[in-house]
Design a protein around this ligand. Structure first.
Ligand code: FAD
Length: 386
């Protein structure tokens, strides 16, 4: 029951992160994007304040909290107009996987830096010929003496230019059966045979997406994270936090757009009253607010289950939260742009570019349709079409 009502600590965290976000604001991200730069100052400040590693274990420099706290950080920065997409990847996926399954050496090498923001790790699972069907990935690791040789291609991988390494999902051949098993490898940015090419995206975001080629990249034995035979379990331990964090990202963006629209609707008058008095403007904004609140409730449930160690329960809730938040975000942004009339499409108000950005939450890391498939099959027990 307590998960339904936010604790005083969580409220205080929201307020503190919100204050940091407002110090930077949307103007900061707009300037960074125009300069082709990265939000280094905000990232460093958030690291110094302990927000980036709030979910990581204390003995490795983290805050000892969970995804519940990290998702609050991302949502509040987003609501202030300056989300940090790499929070989804570096501390939430990579940090979690290393903290749960890494060796002592891997934890000491990576977690303190991920927590204070001095090191960043990207995450690569998506492949050009696999897409939503991650069972079809072909990036393959084979043994060469004590080393691994990793070969394959990845696409849409965020933040590779600023990451010290990428946690790559590959496969190894089972010595007994020949079947391919998913495995996670830490690939340093400058590894020989590892190349990246930026993808020209329509998104106005500081974090860029890359296509990666791994051509017999030689990795030491300790580049493998966790157990070769428990790859899938380890992978899902990272993917549930990713879904919760994408939900938080979407809710933050939706809240930001909604707040801008409400502010505008209170002031703008073209008849006798401000446009916000017309129910055709007010009601969709009220609906957007309700949808965002409901999505947050499911996000909190998913985070709570995950942090309590219920990976299975968290799986369903995290999928539902990501779905609900993605839909709520797309609708809130659409209605916000509409509320501003022509101004909704100007650079000055900066809302129209969020239409593209909001779609990310519908597509990544798992599309709306794949979540509906999951709920159809796993929750409702309906048969599969594929
Ligand atoms: C901005 C951005 C950042 C990203 N960052 C990362 C990252 O850091 N790391 C990473 O690994 N990946 C990343 N991705 C990739 C993302 O996870 C994929 O785009 C996503 O998983 C969808 O895969 P796809 O693009 O290949 O679409 P496809 O799988 O080709 O799907 C295309 C369409 O077909 C639908 N579809 C497919 N199969 C079915 C089915 N069985 N039933 C019904 N509908 C179906 C999908 O829902 C979708 O609408 C990022 C993507 C974006 C846009």
């Amino acid at each position: 029951m307590t998960a339904l009502i936010e604790s005083d600590e969580h409220k205080a965290l929201r307020a503190a992160v919100g204050a940091l976000g407002r110090r930077y604001g949307r103007e900061y991200i707009t300037r960074i994007v125009a300069e082709g730069a990265h939000p280094e100052e905000l990232w460093a400040d958030a690291g110094k304040l302990g927000y980036l590693g709030v979910n990581l274990p204390e003995e490795y420099g983290g805050g000892g909290g969970g995804i519940a706290e990290l998702s609050i950080v991302l949502e509040e920065l987003g609501a202030a107009g300056c989300p940090l997409l790499m929070l989804v990847v570096s501390p939430a996926i990579c940090g979690t996987v290393i903290a749960r399954f890494g060796t002592e050496e891997q934890k000491r090498q990576w977690l303190p830096g991920i927590a204070d923001g001095s090191r960043t790790m990207a995450f690569g699972i998506t492949e050009p010929d696999a897409g939503s069907n991650s069972h079809r990935i072909t990036t393959t690791a084979r043994r060469d003496g004590a080393d691994w040789l990793l070969t394959g291609r990845k696409v849409f991988i965020s933040g590779v230019d600023i990451a010290d390494a990428v946690l790559i999902v590959g496969r190894t051949a089972d010595a007994r059966t020949g079947n391919l098993k998913p495995c996670l490898f830490i690939v340093p940015r400058d590894a020989e045979g590892f190349t990246r090419r930026p993808i020209d995206m329509e998104l106005k975001a500081a974090e860029k997406q890359f296509e990666l080629v791994l051509d017999d990249v030689r990795l030491p034995a300790d580049a493998l994270v966790g157990d070769e035979d428990a790859g899938l379990l380890q992978l899902f331990a990272g993917l549930n936090p990713e879904r919760v964090m994408t939900a938080a990202f979407a809710i933050g963006m939706g809240r930001y757009a909604l707040a801008k629209a409400v502010e505008y609707a209170r002031e703008r008058s073209v008849w006798k009253t401000p446009i916000g008095a017309h129910q055709a403007i007010a009601h969709p904004l009220a609906q957007a607010h309700i949808d965002l609140e409901l999505a947050r409730l499911m996000t909190q449930k998913a985070a709570h289950l995950y942090d309590a160690g219920d990976d299975t329960g968290a799986g369903e809730a995290a999928n539902m939260a990501k779905y609900a938040a993605g839909e709520a975000c797309v609708k809130a942004v659409d209605q916000a742009v509409h509320t501003l009339g022509g101004n909704g499409l100007t650079n000055e108000f900066g809302l129209a570019s969020l239409i593209t950005a909001a779609r990310v939450a519908r597509i990544a890391p798992v599309s709306r349709e794949m979540i509906l498939n999951y709920v159809s099959h796993q929750t409702l027990g309906l048969p599969k079409s594929y």
